[in-house]
Design a protein around this ligand. Structure first.
Ligand code: TXA
Ligand code: MG
Length: 511
């Protein structure tokens, strides 16, 4: 079969794709998650061809994609949980499992009496489904077991000659498959994590309303709790070695073992330190980027002929849960957990109540106050003092630092401020890690206003943001520190924003 390569920017090409689907053919279409291998969901023969093209086990049911809310009740029997979730997250990366209507053939649902339905948030997918005039069954458009395709060329690699057409709509935005949630058991049960997180669903259904089946794959001999859990999945040809720990820890572990011919999927902060075949996973805290890069990176490593890939495991929170879930399945049997010590970095703007929250959070561990430690070190840390003396001689009187003078030097000179930070941050991080490493069985909570600027985040296993609105922060700063409003505003302007913290921290506490 000659596989047509269609372009979504051409209206005629979308029409062509819709015609093929309507007539019982297979077309790979872009969605916001990954490319789907679509067929008319009401045509058993067409759907059977999906299983053949993918080499997919027949007991693994397919998702039915719709283009309008009204179609939900045509193909499924949505209960109240399902309706609330659809209302909140459609169109979007959420597949909702509900009771199946008889018009959906058994081959779609693998003979279950339930069906997974999703309305994708992708204009091309929606237009194609609408024009075809039928719901489309679509699994990810990869050969079964391989990484899901996030670009049209990935689909061609697996499906060229096996399907009627590929509709190229550019790279997929999200990069991992939708969240799959079963709503038929009275609570929402997450069978597969995705971009709609458990926290997002809990906001709609309440904390008690959502639960997860399992963080990892099933053990040998154990029955799978969710379909798709029993196979090695999402895997490149190369062996995947997943290294879990703080970013710094996983970097050091990999750097000590990687040899010529290996590949590394590493965080941006460490990219320059590797000389082997390497792919940039994004900043260690950029969970959206990790999801976006993962599958494409696996395929690129295969193309480069790498036999062994080391992967720095992202932190497993929020959207990171989905990425790590795919990583664990692809790395089955070669997962290294470096440490069970929790190292929690707590960050927030001045006046956010970060110190108060740090005390509360650290009740079952040790608290390190980075500001206080720095103040101590100015008096006690000879090495840091020596470096500061040679960099800022005029800030010292009789061998002792005069903080007001130092502040004056760096206040209006960003180059000087950078120099100061590069010295102090390095020494503070070193000191903190000495304290942390001295008690490996203890969990640590580090109150660190410059968590990101100092790179201390690389040593943490969890990042917590304490967030208050600017007015509240300004009021607290002026009352507590006796600053004017202008001074308080200036201080806040020099700090990272709440939006940054909300996007990149693992947990956000509103205070
Ligand atoms: O993002 C996605 O979901 C992509 C795009 C194309 O929409 N599709 C996708 O499909 O990932 P697939 O077939 O690769 O994964 C569907 C998952 C499977 O793990 C399947 O077992 C589960 O959804 N599933 C589907 N129907 C189900 C049902 N009735 N009960 C339990 N699990 C179901
Ligand atoms: Mg799949």
């Amino acid at each position: 079969m000659n596989t047509l390569f269609l372009k979504a920017e051409n209206k005629e090409d979308i029409t062509k794709a819709a015609e093929i689907l309507h007539d019982g053919g297979l077309v790979a279409v872009p969605t916001e998650t990954v490319y789907g291998l679509a067929a008319n969901a009401l045509d058993s023969q067409a759907v059977e061809n999906i299983f053949k093209a993918k080499g997919r086990p027949q007991d693994n049911p397919l998702i039915v994609h719709i283009a309008g809310m009204g179609d939900f009740e045509k193909y499924g029997g949505p209960n109240s949980i399902a309706k609330k979730l659809a209302e909140a997250f459609w169109p979007g990366p959420l597949t909702i499992i509900v009771d199946k209507k008889p018009c959906i053939p058994d081959v779609v649902s693998a003979h279950l009496n339930t069906v997974g339905i999703r309305m994708p948030a992708h204009e091309v997918a929606l237009k194609t489904i609408r024009e075809a005039g039928v719901p489309v069954a679509a699994p990810s458009a990869n050969t079964s077991g391989r990484p899901s395709p996030t670009e049209a060329r990935h689909v061609m690699d697996d499906m060229n000659g096996k399907i009627e057409a590929v509709l190229d709509g550019g790279p997929c935005d999200i990069g991992v498959e939708s969240t799959v949630v079963d709503t038929t058991r009275g609570v929402a049960v997450i069978l597969r994590p995705g971009a709609v997180t458990i926290d997002m669903m809990a906001q709609v259904l309440g904390e008690e309303g959502v639960m997860r089946v399992s963080k990892t794959t099933v053990k040998k001999g154990e029955a799978p709790k969710a379909p798709g859990m029993k196979y090695r999945h999402y895997a490149p040809k190369a062996r995947v070695n997943l290294i879990c720990g703080s970013p710094q820890n996983s970097f050091e572990y990999i750097a000590a073992r990687v040899t010529e011919g290996d590949g590394v999927l590493c965080f941006s902060e460490f990219f320059d330190k590797f000389s082997c075949e390497k792919i940039d996973f994004g900043k260690s805290y950029d969970k959206e980027r990790h999801a976006h890069v993962l599958f494409s990176a696996f395929r690129d490593m295969d193309r480069a002929g790498v036999k062994n890939i080391f992967v720095q495991c992202p932190r497993e929170f929020g959207r990171g849960i989905a990425t790590v879930n795919r990583l664990r399945k692809s790395a089955e049997g070669s997962i290294t957990e470096l440490s069970s010590q929790n190292i929690v970095g707590i960050v927030g703007r001045s006046g956010s109540g970060k110190s108060y929250m740090s005390k509360k959070l650290s009740q079952n561990g040790r608290l390190i106050d980075a500001d206080r430690l720095y103040a101590d070190m100015l008096n006690t840390d000879c090495e840091m003092t020596r470096e500061l003396t040679s960099a800022f001689p005029s800030a010292f009187t009789d061998g002792r630092i005069v903080k007001a003078k130092l502040a004056e030097i760096v206040f209006s000179d960003t180059a000087m401020l950078k120099k100061l930070n590069s010295i102090t941050h390095r020494h503070i991080v070193k000191k903190i890690m000495e304290i942390v490493n001295a008690e490996p069985d203890m969990d640590f909570y580090i109150d660190a206003p410059t968590l990101f600027e100092s790179s201390l985040h690389l040593y943490c296993t969890e990042l917590v943001a304490v967030v208050s609105d600017d007015e509240t922060c300004i009021r607290r700063i002026t009352e507590r520190d006796g600053l004017t409003r202008e001074q308080a505003e200036r201080r806040l302007a020099s700090q990272l924003s709440n939006d940054f913290f909300k996007k990149y921290c693992d947990r956000v506490i509103y205070n």
